[in-house]
Design a binder for this molecule. Structure first.
Ligand SMILES: [Cu+2]
Length: 702
């Protein structure tokens, strides 16, 4: 494998540049920022190497992707109308990775999706790069892979060529001198559930039309009553919904217009650089920061993946997580009308968090002293079958404040901490997510997702909030609570501006947390806290542990009033006190699913419970399954089925945590919402003999 990549560690540790790239050749950054400290990433120190990838989990290299291209092209198994996408490393079985040492032979497989527009079929192709052959080719039958760049190009042409769409738009008063796509912003959205329309042998995508022809911003209120469904295989519009809808109103949604945004909000790089010493080293794909160490991965579907997360506990490198990733992101709109009822989008499985990742700029989206890392990704549209996405992953330290404190008279113990943030941005149409893993010095890891952008809106006849009138003019007995149900135009949303309703929706994120606490043999228990029922005493806060034995019995929902948590522990690893070394999943905020019971077994089923524990199985990576886009009721590659009758005690187990947010829009969310943060903490519980913050980080002052 001759493609150069960086392999050698910077040894000087003096200077660093804040733009680095992994998986590709050395690239000289546009900016060279020499920062203080020992953050070790000096491009000057990088030695080019000809070995290519050097670890079983390294992402596919440029040379490997060229090989994949050639193997696919020479196989003779695909028509000229085939597009490839969703290419990523097919990770080796965990056993091979865990037993890896230098010199070990391991497979290099690429997982490729092939969409044959001529045969109207999609395939999963596993390419053996070392053996230069296709290892397997599986017909996906009724399933459809998520969108690829070719789809939107095709869909645009189909819209432009369809006379009915053109007529329908003109009848609504829109001006279309040339191609429809030149005159009207189009939104292509994955098909969503629609048993009446779903058909085998079709690759479907929806089209919605923005009501505002004159804005830069494409996410204005959609034209009410109009939606098209396109089959990308037969290359035609299979359904055009053209129902009477609310008239077009010029709403101030175009946030790129300074008049809408107000001029004083112009962006400036206001996030100050911190001048403290840094303690991060990045060597090949591994990161070390204080006691933490882990390996970075990035793919088009999940975006950032962390592997082999371990904590150096007094010289002993103790495993915590084998793999941590966002396994699915689901956004579902909860308006039952024809134009919205299908709108549930698997942002990861149907669009791709890596595909949607955006570059970040130190001083703007991330602090000025952040390190940004470019990543090489497969790109069949390029002659070399790969491309580099700049500045995708970022790492920065931030002040965690006073994290430990004790005062007695003139003496204090005070610990000032920093924390390491590792993350990436993904922009999925109207929303941008920042997915952050935050490593703390006390051994905990926080996962944070920040949501920001524009809510989706629809035009309505109402100019003012009717519900608010009812509240204002409350009738009935003065001493009784009055219930006011939102109805009419506001039945499933909020009037955020005259004639504009922000539709109620839920955001769901599922984390796949493959814990390996001090090894693979782990168990899980649920903890609830409360006063023991029937106890003779009035007080007494007691904890009940429920040892979980069968995967199907692990599906539990967060319960704030019982402080419910889930602990994964290693029964063979015992702390000083006898406590079994564990990590607890401690929920912060969460939501209850808005789906009806009928959907529990399917792709959205992961939203039904906060906690899930499954036995580790190679290849089970996504809560909504590998191909959720047009999955039907019969689809069984979902978390619900992963959590089957198998036993999970004392074995390699995986925790899946679902984090939800019910978004009832406010007028302040329009036209831009302030970013909001959801999080969950992974907290050591019995893992350490004593708090790792104690010791050299603490100061005893008088
Ligand atoms: Cu939202």
């Amino acid at each position: 494998m001759g493609e150069p990549g960086y392999r050698k560690r910077c040894t000087t540790g003096e200077n660093m540049l804040h733009k680095v790239s992994f998986g590709d050749r050395l690239r000289i950054p546009k900016q060279r920022h020499f920062l203080l400290g020992v953050l070790c990433w000096a491009l000057l120190c990088i030695q080019l190497s000809s070995e290519g990838q050097a670890h079983p989990l390294d992402p596919l290299t440029g040379d490997e992707l060229i090989s994949v291209r050639d193997i696919l092209a020479s196989s003779g198994r695909f028509s000229g109308e085939t597009s490839f996408g969703w290419i990523q490393l097919d990770e080796p079985p965990k056993r091979i990775v865990q037993d890896y040492h230098e010199g070990t032979v391991y497979p290099r497989l690429a997982d490729v999706t092939a969409i044959d527009f001529q045969k109207r079929k999609a395939f999963r192709v596993i390419v053996d790069i070392k053996e230069s052959r296709i290892l397997s080719l599986t017909d996906l039958k009724t399933l459809q892979p998520g969108l690829i760049p070719r789809d939107t190009g095709l869909a645009t042409t189909i819209v432009n060529d369809d006379p009915q769409i053109r007529v329908a738009l003109i009848n609504r008063g829109l001006h279309i001198p040339g191609r429809v796509s030149d005159s009207i912003p189009l939104q292509f959205i994955p098909f969503g559930p629609d048993p009446g329309l779903a058909q085998p042998g079709a690759r479907l995508v929806r089209v919605l039309f923005s009501s505002d022809q004159n804005s830069v911003n494409e996410n204005g209120p959609f034209l009410d009553g109009m939606m098209a469904v396109i089959d990308l295989y037969s290359k035609r519009v299979i359904k055009l919904l053209d129902a009477p809808g609310a008239p077009i109103v010029n709403a101030p949604h175009d946030v790129f217009d300074p008049k809408v945004r107000a001029p004083e909000t112009a962006a400036e790089p206001t996030r100050a650089a911190r001048s403290n010493d840094k303690h991060v080293t990045i060597e090949d794909h591994t990161v070390s920061w204080k006691n933490w160490g882990f390996r970075l991965g990035f793919n088009l579907r999940e975006g950032l993946v962390l592997y082999q997360v371990a904590f150096d506990d007094n010289g002993r490198k103790r495993p915590v997580l084998y793999r941590a990733s966002v396994s699915e992101v689901l956004t579902s709109y909860d308006d039952p009308s024809q134009l919205w009822s299908w709108m549930e989008i698997f942002d990861e499985g149907s669009i791709g968090l890596g595909y949607s990742s955006t570059g970040v700029r130190p001083g703007y989206e991330v602090p000025a002293d952040a390190v940004t890392i470019g990543t090489l990704v497969p790109d069949p549209g390029e002659p070399r079958f790969h491309d580099v996405l700049e500045d995708r992953i970022y790492l920065y330290e931030r002040d965690a404040g006073t994290t430990m404190y004790y005062q007695q008279g003139p003496r204090t113990i005070s610990v000032q901490s920093t924390e390491l943030v590792v993350g990436f941005f993904a922009s999925l149409n109207n929303y941008t997510y920042a997915f952050n893993w935050v490593f703390r010095q006390d051994g905990s890891i926080n996962f944070e997702v920040t949501l920001g952008g524009q809510i989706l809106t629809k035009l309505v006849p109402s100019k003012a909030c009717e519900t608010c009138e009812k509240i204002k003019n409350a009738s009935g007995a003065e001493d009784k609570n009055l219930t006011v149900q939102q109805t009419g135009d506001e039945a499933y949303g909020t009037l955020v501006y005259p004639n504009v309703v922000g539709v109620n929706h839920q955001h769901w994120f599922n984390l796949r947390l493959d814990f390996d606490i001090d090894g693979e043999s782990n168990s899980a228990m649920e903890n609830t806290t409360g006063r023991i029922d029937g106890a003779a005493v009035e007080r007494g806060l007691a904890v009940t542990h429920t040892l979980l034995r069968r995967a199907s019995d692990t599906k539990r929902s967060m319960k704030d009033e019982m402080a419910r948590t889930l602990t994964v522990f290693n029964p063979a690893s015992v702390a000083q006190s006898g406590r079994l070394a564990g990590y607890s999943v401690v929920p912060m905020e969460n939501a209850a699913t808005a789906y009806s019971e009928a959907r529990e077994t399917g792709t959205v089923g992961f939203s039904f419970h906060s906690f899930w524990v499954t036995p580790y199985r190679d290849g089970e990576l996504y809560a909504a399954g590998a191909y959720p886009t047009q999955a039907t009721k019969e689809y069984k590659d979902t978390l619900y089925y992963y959590a089957n009758e198998e036993l999970i005690q004392n074995r390699d187990i995986v925790v899946w945590y679902s984090l939800g947010f019910t978004h009832v829009p406010r007028p302040e969310d329009y036209p831009l919402m302030s970013s909001m943060k959801l999080s969950v903490t992974l907290q050591p519980d019995g893992f350490f003999q004593r708090n790792p913050l104690l010791g050299r980080e603490s100061k005893d002052t008088r």
